[in-house]
Design a protein around this ligand. Structure first.
Ligand code: ZN
Length: 305
């Protein structure tokens, strides 16, 4: 007995008990004196055979099937390579296109346009994207996501807002979002994120968690590197190259703007780049191509407040 391991001993113990009591623990039993089954027993097998009765086979142990995690938007963009991919749709079901460039840990987001009647930034954003596609050194250590145009319906209709007439740049879930429609141009929508275009941007920013954001606009006033959140130093570096003013405000409140939500609430440094209205694409590019690289370059950022 002592030489037997515990699992080996178990059948022997059960056999002895069955011999003494006439029954096994499963009521399959054999009386060795009468060489017959005990009256109350249901089995007529002798214990040596009863013990050999195979138990019902257990179902095979299978690992729980864990469905593969769906790819994030940015992972899909990375897999797509140097081309524009659709990440969402506008009210009129126009594609909202984006691309991801580079694989580094620093994350930078560019948005080529958000107001449909300010198309000046769109060709600049496309040319800068082509430059980043063609020169990997520009995005060394960095992952860049570019949204070509967040408001394709507005661009098609040459309107500031989207097809619902909502100013997307008043429709973000900022703490200071207001429901008041001061003028139709600044219609904030019925509630924050009411518009599909806004939701595309919000979801992308929450998923990508960029370290810096730049969004392109145009103004009839003075061109500027307007900043929200801890982005003053970045705006100043850009200003060295494009010579645009560095401003913390564009001169009037912008409740529910992308700058207020991402910059002031989330403390992501964000530049609202205001080109001069009706500037030619060539001139806008020549003025800003080096300034835009400052978004990618290592450089001291302001402390988050
Ligand atoms: Zn604008």
């Amino acid at each position: 007995m002592a030489l037997l391991s515990r699992p080996q001993r178990m059948p022997l113990v059960v056999a002895i008990l069955a011999t003494i009591t006439g029954c096994s623990g499963t009521s399959r039993c054999w009386n060795p004196l009468r060489q017959s089954a005990a009256p109350h027993c249901t089995s007529t097998l002798p214990p040596s055979l009863a013990l050999r009765v195979s138990p019902q086979p257990l179902p095979p142990i299978t690992e729980p099937v864990v469905p593969p995690r769906p790819l994030t938007t940015v992972e899909k963009l990375k897999a797509a390579g140097p081309k524009w991919s659709t990440i969402g749709e506008s009210v009129e079901e126009r594609p909202i296109e984006a691309t991801a460039i580079g694989t580094g840990p620093r994350r930078i987001l560019f948005i080529g346009g958000i107001h449909g009647d300010e198309p000046e930034g769109l060709p600049v954003m496309e040319w800068f994207t082509e430059e980043m596609w063609n020169d990997a050194s520009l995005t060394s250590g960095t992952t860049v996501v570019v949204v070509k145009n967040l408001n394709p319906d507005g661009t098609a209709g040459k309107t500031r807002g989207n097809k619902h007439g909502v100013d997307l740049n008043r429709n973000f879930p900022a703490k200071n979002w207001e429901s008041t429609v001061k003028t139709p141009r600044f219609n904030p929508g019925p509630h924050p994120e009411s518009e599909p275009e806004t939701r595309v941007a919000v979801q992308l920013i929450r998923e990508f968690e960029p370290h810096r954001i730049l969004v392109m606009h145009a103004t009839v006033g003075r061109p500027m590197n307007n900043y929200d959140g801890p982005a003053k130093a970045l705006a100043r570096r850009m200003s060295q190259f494009n010579k645009y003013a560095v401003t913390e405000t564009i001169g009037y409140p912008t409740p529910g703007s992308l700058g207020n939500w991402a910059g002031n609430d989330l403390q992501i440094p964000i530049i609202t780049l205001e080109f001069p209205r009706k500037v030619s694409p060539d001139r806008a590019w020549e003025t800003n191509k080096i300034a835009l690289r400052q978004m990618l370059a290592e450089g001291e950022d302001d402390e988050a407040q």
